[in-house]
Design a protein around this ligand. Sequence first.
Ligand code: HEC
Length: 118
Amino acid sequence: MNKLIVALTLGAASLVLSGQALAAGNAANGAELAKKYNCASCHGADYKTPIDPSYPKLAGQHADYLVHALTAYKRGTKAANGRSNPIMAGMAQPLSDRDMADIAAYLQGLPAALVTKR
Ligand code: HEC
């Protein structure tokens, strides 16, 4: 019985850990993807100097927010929490959930101009 409980606990713990690893995203792969899709052409080479003031700064933004935003562009306005933007809808279409998590991990780790209040 004790062995079973230990095995179940370890199993649950490793599930939680692998879930976190997935959610955290792979920043190195995210950098490759950002290059592949040329995200910097609008958001700026350092991702905090966009080519137009109406284009958002992404460097240092929270990864979970970035994933949420990209998911919303991909869904479009048919989904309850979708976002409507013709440019980003097109950019988000080819991205898988995994791609979004990786790109978000990369962007979150970049030196930022953004500040958050505590
Ligand atoms: C052709 C220009 C262009 C390209 C290329 C581009 N973006 Fe964007 N991006 C925009 C614009 C414009 C917005 C603001 C859209 C809006 O008002 O909702 C935006 C918004 C975003 C947002 C939302 C930010 C926020 O604060 O809510 C994210 C995240 C984002 N882009 C990520 C990316 C990623 C990742 C790529 C590459 C896969 C990319 N963008 C490529 C123009 C671009």
